[in-house]
Design a protein around this ligand. Structure first.
Ligand code: BGC
Ligand code: BGC
Length: 609
């Protein structure tokens, strides 16, 4: 009897033990509580100053000459803004710089590593010779979540190779008005695209496990309604009722959170007149409550400064609204700098205007992410990752993205595909041999830059030369005046680089220069194909009529060979419009589902061979 009782007890214990270790949900919750314990332990050792330091994200330009402030204030994060630069912008230069900053962070009293964020929005685009992917407007046209995840994986590997921890991407804005200068950062006008493709980018960046060497933090942005502002004004006012706001702009956040995004950036825009950075209902009740987001909520660049009142009240409002970390571009000596932020937030806590529970919640979120990344164990750059930086394999993935992003709008009399044995092909237009125009904004510089100097890659002209037979004569007539020997002319025109508010434009007609080139070629009577580089649909009705074939190539990035892959028929077109293509400026905004919907091309349009 005794023996039997003993045996059944053993059996009972082993069943309990077995289920505790084999049940994945139990294992997970055990890991979670271990993590929470580590976080609580560290938090309990922190002074108020150190806690607030963790909530501070300073720009590298602001820190120039003040690097010791990193350890002095125990700064939690550092970013590199679009125009913030160091001398050596090669991958090695950035990695050395990163390690210098991180060493300062490790010198702080509690040795808490900082996390470094960067706008790697189409590849690691601040670094020379990184692979530059198509901007999201092009990726949206691929409709290919698997491919986009793969592309984000490549970006993560290149970001990690420079030590950096965090990409301010994906931008899951739903761009509803093409006059908006950030339309190209959005996958398209329908929330379905943000839902599907934003989550894919999150997975690609963060990898299988956040602690893996090549995993970086994703940042879904900009919460909420950035793409819905009236007249498409950047940082403007999104005037819609709550059901519409939720229907159009929230779905991408739901899937990004489900995919595990560890950070979300708040938007500059207002919703019905109230700035997002002060909107406690949306930031805390909806995002952190209803959607159960438990990662880091970071501000946009000096965005809290735009709230009403002085800097102290900006800080009070935004932290109480639910922001965990504030992005601060100003150096000491200038107003609203990171030292002001720390001083004022401390005052607010001591005056009981910001509860210490709110501070603790923010810092716990930040520390939890840091532990999950395993950055305490591996704070410095792993130089072995440099081997694949800008590699052929990485470029191949970008080339595939380009190929699948192209949308064929017209192809009369089978002008396309062009035979590789064509005798004479002439390229025309300002963008046929211009990596800068091909990449667009957020490439090396915040605004991007025309020209071939900015970074490595293949222009359309180079790609054509590589693709055709050795007997084919290839020439370039920029203004399209010398095409008399051509069997076919490829005219490559479109927008020149811009970013953010600098791209807000009421007039989306093709530039006069581009119209003139097309006109020159048309007058020659030669068959011609227009390749349009643009961050959005432009007004093209006349040029579309005149051209024999027309394709939207968006802002394809560094791999021009993706275009020739399709032009010469090695691959078919698969891209579909992520935007309804307007006939006129006046027709904008025009979006799928509108009443009296009559665009030039419907949402999802795209021809094939
Ligand atoms: C942009 C963000 C960007 C941040 C940092 C802001 O102006 O709105 O998208 O991540 O700057 O460069
Ligand atoms: C920064 C960008 C930022 C922008 C916002 C620029 O100076 O470099 O990162 O997005 O300002 O206004």
């Amino acid at each position: 009897m005794k023996n039997l009782a003993f045996l059944s007890m053993i059996l009972f214990i082993s069943v309990v033990l077995f289920s505790a270790f084999s049940d994945p949900s139990k294992k997970e919750s055990k890991q979670k509580s271990l993590l929470d314990k580590k976080v609580d332990e560290l938090l309990s050792q922190m002074t108020l100053n150190e806690k607030i330091g963790q909530m501070t994200q300073a720009d590298i330009d602001a820190l120039k000459g003040h690097y010791e402030d990193i350890e002095k204030y125990s700064l939690g994060s550092i970013l590199c803004g679009g125009n913030s630069e160091i001398e050596d912008i090669s991958a090695k230069g950035w990695a050395d710089f990163y390690d210098m900053l991180q060493t300062h962070a490790l010198n702080s009293r509690l040795h808490i590593p900082m996390i470094y964020g960067v706008d790697a929005v189409h590849g690691h685009n601040n670094v020379t010779n990184a692979v530059v992917f198509p901007h999201n407007v092009g990726l949206g046209a691929t409709r290919n979540a698997k491919l986009i995840e793969k592309a984000a994986r490549v970006t993560a590997e290149e970001v990690a190779a420079t030590g950096m921890d965090w990409a301010f991407a994906p931008c899951i804005a739903v761009a509803r008005n093409e006059h908006w200068g950030r339309t190209y950062e959005s996958f398209g006008e329908d929330p379905e695209l943000a839902k599907l493709l934003g989550a894919a980018q999150v997975k690609g960046f963060q990898g299988k496990k956040l602690s893996d060497k090549t995993s970086i933090l994703a940042c879904a942005k900009h919460f909420l309604g950035d793409g819905g502002t009236t007249t498409g004004k950047d940082q403007g006012n999104t005037e819609v009722d709550e059901p519409t706001l939720r229907k159009l702009h929230l779905p991408g956040y739901k899937t990004a959170i489900k995919a595990g995004t560890k950070t979300i950036m708040v938007s500059y825009n207002s919703w019905n007149g109230i700035r997002m950075h002060g909107n406690k209902y949306l930031l805390t009740d909806v995002l952190k409550g209803e959607l159960n987001f438990n990662g880091i909520l970071v501000s946009d660049w000096a965005a809290i400064d735009q709230l009403e009142g002085d800097y102290k009240s900006d800080i009070e409002k935004s932290i109480n609204a639910g922001l965990d970390m504030i992005m601060i571009p100003n150096p000491p000596g200038k107003e609203n700098n990171y030292i002001d932020f720390i001083t004022l937030l401390k005052e607010l806590v001591n005056e009981n205007k910001v509860p210490i529970s709110r501070i603790d919640d923010a810092v716990k979120r930040i520390l939890r992410v840091k532990f999950e990344m395993n950055i305490f164990e591996n704070p410095l750059t792993d130089r072995s990752l440099m081997a694949t930086f800008g590699s052929k394999e990485h470029r191949q993935v970008a080339r595939e993205c380009v190929r699948q992003s192209l949308v064929l709008l017209k192809n009369e009399n089978k002008t396309l595909p062009i035979s590789k044995n064509v005798k004479n092909i002439v390229l025309a237009g300002k963008s046929a041999d211009d990596i800068g125009n091909q990449c667009g904004g957020w490439t090396i510089d915040w605004q991007g830059k025309s020209g071939n100097v900015i970074t490595g890659g293949t222009t359309v002209l180079q790609a054509v030369k590589n693709a055709v037979s050795k007997n084919t004569v290839v020439s370039y007539s920029k203004d399209g005046s010398e095409v008399k020997d051509a069997d076919v002319v490829l005219v490559v025109v479109g927008e020149t680089p811009y970013a953010e508010m600098f791209g807000d434009k009421p007039d989306l007609n093709l530039a006069k220069e581009d119209v003139d080139v097309i006109e020159n070629v048309r007058k020659s009577g030669k068959p011609f194909v227009v390749v349009l580089f643009s961050g959005r649909p432009l007004i093209i009705e006349k040029q579309l009529k005149d051209a024999n074939a027309f394709l939207a190539a968006w802002l394809p990035g560094s791999e021009g060979a993706g275009i020739t892959d399709v032009l010469f028929g090695d691959f078919n077109f698969t891209g579909k419009l992520g935007h309804s293509w307007p006939k006129t400026n006046e027709q904008i905004p025009i979006n799928v589902g509108d009443k009296n919907y009559d665009p030039l091309f419907k949402y999802s349009f795209g021809l094939k061979y």
